[in-house]
Write a protein that binds this ligand. Structure first.
Ligand SMILES: [Zn+2]
Length: 410
């Protein structure tokens, strides 16, 4: 293959991934107005339902415009040899390949972050605001942004520096060391996420004593889940949307309930949601997901090691000196069709897990209470009741509301 052919192959992959994604959105949008299934007839009052359709349309149009703009910027960057240009800038500061790699990715990541900021701002302060979801102040928006950039520099920069260093000293077998490093990182992130990362953005408090805690206590005693592993998070600081999740494992496991969820649901419905989350814990979903993602990481890094030393990758991007960071960019694009497929597989697994957690809640608590809570949450989040099946199959990490209700009533 010539460098020129590889260049056009990369462009082709980018465009095809974009087209498939847009086609899915288009198909999905054509179903916004579908007849609501009988089981879901009472989710929305008519006026609210019209509002949910308007919300979906606003998000659809927003995504279409913003993804076309970012595709255009990306193609322009490719055709104007942008990577070679950034590589030259990075090389003007240092000869050390770790520092060059860090500067290269630093420039690309931070510029793309800045370029995407207006879209993120518009989404929150125009669309979310208009539909009454937004509770975030402009100050919080920018503070969040700064915090996540700092985190990306420390964590992403640290990992990248180590991986380039492994590549320098071990050559093509770097992937084994990188795999061990990324696996340890993933494990500790999963374990300490709630203690280390969440507090940077949110406040978490143990469940307050009172009626709700008493109601939950009876259930948690029955199934053997410690009350002190249940936390309430101040999601209301950013949005009225409600959620709950299970995270961590071993001594660091916990269930996090949004304060907005507690506000929206009655006590029985909250316990049903909690029962679903306990189901994720009892069925070891976090641990299985971790094992899966570690295997996938190994596979990806092994693939990377087969390609990374090939000078064709840098030649295709018009970069004179082959390097790990340029190889990583080209490989990332070549690999994106495969990562779309692994993402799809992870979603299939995730949907199976959601059914298992729902069944656990049904068996240990009450299916109708869970159905009521899912309906309320769908209504309050203006969720799509009639998504296109292809969209569900490829992108949904959860079964649709209709599928979950049918399963819970089986
Ligand atoms: Zn779940």
């Amino acid at each position: 293959m010539t460098p020129n052919a590889l260049f056009y192959l990369l462009i082709l992959i980018i465009v095809i991934v974009f087209l498939i994604d847009s086609l899915l959105d288009f198909l999905n949008a054509r179903h916004y107005n579908n007849q609501i299934p009988e089981e879901l007839a009472n989710v929305y009052p008519e006026e609210e339902y019209q509002k949910s359709i308007a919300y979906k349309m606003a998000n659809y149009k927003f995504k279409l415009v913003s993804s076309i703009i970012s595709l255009a910027i990306m193609l322009l960057f490719f055709f104007l040899d942008g990577f070679a240009w950034v590589d030259n800038i990075a090389r003007s500061f240092s000869d050390n390949s770790i520092i060059v790699g860090l500067l290269f990715f630093g420039i690309i990541m931070i510029s793309s972050d800045i370029l995407s900021t207006p879209a993120a701002y518009y989404k929150i302060f125009t669309i979310e605001e208009k539909f009454g979801f937004n509770k975030m102040s402009i100050r919080t928006f920018f503070i969040d942004k700064i915090k996540s950039i700092i985190m990306m520099i420390i964590v992403g920069g640290g990992l990248l520096a180590l991986i380039i260093w492994f590549y320098q000293i071990t050559g093509n077998s770097f992937w084994v060391y990188a795999w061990v490093l990324v696996s340890i990182f993933t494990l500790s992130m999963n374990m300490f996420y709630a203690k280390l990362i969440v507090p940077i953005f949110n406040k978490q408090t143990p469940l307050e004593s009172g009626e709700l805690r008493d109601t939950i206590e009876a259930y948690s005693k029955k199934v053997g889940f410690r009350l002190k592993d249940i936390f309430v998070i101040d999601g209301s600081k950013r949005s009225t949307k409600a959620n709950a999740y299970f995270s961590g494992f071993g001594s660091e496991k916990r269930i996090t309930l949004y304060d907005t969820l507690i506000k929206d649901l009655d006590k029985e419905e909250i316990v049903a949601v909690l029962a679903h989350e306990v189901g994720h814990y009892k069925k070891r979903h976090v641990i299985i997901n971790l094992a899966l993602s570690i295997v996938l990481t190994g596979l990806t890094l092994w693939f990377l090691s087969l390609f990374i030393a090939n000078p064709l990758l840098s030649e295709a991007l018009a970069v004179k000196t082959p390097s790990f960071h340029i190889g990583l960019i080209a490989f990332g694009i070549l690999y994106s069709p495969i990562s779309e497929i692994t993402g799809l597989i992870m979603n299939i697994v995730s949907r199976a897990f959601e059914y298992q957690a729902d069944n656990y809640a049904k068996n240990t608590y009450n299916n109708e209470a869970l159905i009521n809570s899912l309906k309320k949450l769908s209504k309050n989040n203006l969720s799509n009741l009639t998504p296109h099946p292809a969209m569900v199959f490829i992108h949904y990490s959860h079964p649709t509301l209709l599928q979950r209700i049918k399963n819970l009533r089986k």
